[in-house]
Ligand binder design. Structure first.
Ligand code: ZN
Length: 431
């Protein structure tokens, strides 16, 4: 089901809407925020310079630090009397980033999440178990309000209390699960202790997963253990929260709600815009936000855009699942390595789990990459020959696929330390 016909409109109509909205938002930030006014003046541009969508490239980027520098409400373009909701990042170091919503912004947010729900044909009959954290984080309340608005039954479970959550999912007959993929996997790990037939006790049929970078391996694993349709939701609080884009399961990638969020892919080093299909950093401009409109926000997420028609009928551009963060990228002996690419290789190897750790160290002048991976339950750890064979296979595919020479170390299942189902993925000893 498609929620809004704009999602399947033709390119010309979409671009017309985008250009009108872009012009409006540029005027809005120029007239209402000293930050953008100064930036535009410095660059010698005015809102009149925006006459086509490509003119967006004349505009300055906005970075996370710009939000921090204008803490808390310096980039808002409405008086506080019009702001109905505030969210904020956790801000472990320094000031958090603060975002605000008007009633109109809340409607947009609910709508884009509802569009995600429609990907899974969700209706008011569904019971939604929401395992995203509530509070200032946008995950919990974002999904909550949209599900409630469409008349589904929402269970605000929030994070933690795994045993209790499983009991509620079972007893309340949840049909939809919303959670981070690693929490979904953690839930399954505990549920499995009930015995191999555990799945029969649950009615869950689909899930909306996001809020952390995931590999294809992790997504497949969650879909498999829960035996559900996996929908990937992408978003970030600076833009709106979850709902910027969502996978449709009919074609590769996630449809970006581009009537609200205008996407570009840039070279993270030079800032230059790259053509469709090339990998780079995703940059988003909010073209309908009122409280906190953002121009060319550098998300830090590495992905690609595709514009070929999708089997689902939607014409919105698709982004591939984020392969990593521009700042998470490891450079090992001059080769760019994203942890998710390593995870992809591991996920396509028999006999191992996707619980792994990447350890980078220096030996003399050279970088040394080690990967510790847990074997799965089908492997007898004493079977040295088998274990050696898997090790060789992994080293071989890492070299062939990623051009990295890694020392692979296999360990017994559950021996890598983890918290909330998540192991610390990268240990960089070079620093
Ligand atoms: Zn599609």
């Amino acid at each position: 089901m498609i929620y809004n016909k704009i999602e399947s409109a033709n390119r010309e109509d979409i671009e017309k809407i985008q250009l009108n909205r872009l012009k409006d938002v540029v005027k809005r930030v120029y007239n209402l925020t000293p930050f953008y006014k100064d930036k535009f003046d410095e660059m010698g541009i005015t809102p009149d310079d925006i006459q086509s969508l490509d003119d967006i490239q004349k505009l300055p980027f906005t970075k996370k630090q710009d939000l921090r520098n204008n803490y808390p409400f310096g980039l808002f373009t409405v008086p506080m009397s019009e702001v109905v909701r505030i969210h904020s990042s956790s801000g472990t170091t320094g000031k958090p980033t603060v975002v605000g919503y008007t009633a109109h912004d809340m409607d947009v947010w609910n709508e884009v999440i509802t569009r995600c729900f429609y990907m899974a044909d969700m209706t008011s009959k569904d019971i939604v178990h929401n395992g995203y954290g509530y509070g200032l984080f946008t995950g919990g309340l974002g999904f909550h309000e949209a599900a409630q608005k469409m008349g589904a039954t929402i269970i605000p479970a929030s994070g933690g209390f795994t045993q209790r959550q499983l009991m509620l999912m079972k007893d309340f007959g949840a049909t939809i699960l919303c959670a981070t993929p690693s929490f979904a996997l953690h839930l399954a790990e505990i549920a499995r202790k009930e015995g191999p037939e555990f799945r029969k006790e649950y009615q869950v049929r689909a899930g909306f997963f996001g809020a952390e970078p995931t590999s294809e391996g992790l997504r497949k694993e969650v879909a498999k253990v829960w035996d559900i349709d996996y929908y990937e939701v992408y978003g970030l609080s600076e833009i709106i929260g979850p709902g910027v884009s969502c996978s449709c399961n009919k074609g590769l990638g996630l449809h970006i709600n581009e009537d609200h969020f205008y996407p570009e892919i840039i070279d993270p080093k030079t800032g230059e815009v790259l053509p469709d299909g090339e990998e780079g950093e995703l940059v988003l401009t909010t073209i309908t936000k009122q409280a906190l409109p953002i121009i060319r926000y550098r998300t830090g997420d590495i992905t690609k855009l595709h514009r070929e028609p999708c089997a689902c009928g939607r014409t919105f551009v698709r982004m591939e699942s984020v392969i990593g963060r521009a700042d998470d990228m490891l450079i090992v002996n001059g080769v760019n390595v994203f942890p998710s690419q390593v995870e992809h290789v591991i996920a396509n190897t028999e006999g191992v789990t996707i619980n792994y750790q990447i350890i980078v160290d220096k030996k003399g002048y050279l970088d040394k990459l080690g990967i510790v991976i847990e074997v799965d339950d089908s492997i007898e750890f004493n079977d040295v020959e088998r274990v050696e064979k898997i090790k060789k296979e992994l080293q071989h595919s890492l070299l062939n696929n990623l051009y990295i020479n890694a020392v692979v170390n296999l360990v017994e299942s559950k021996s890598i330390e983890r918290s909330m189902g998540k192991a610390q993925r990268i240990i960089d000893k070079r620093k």
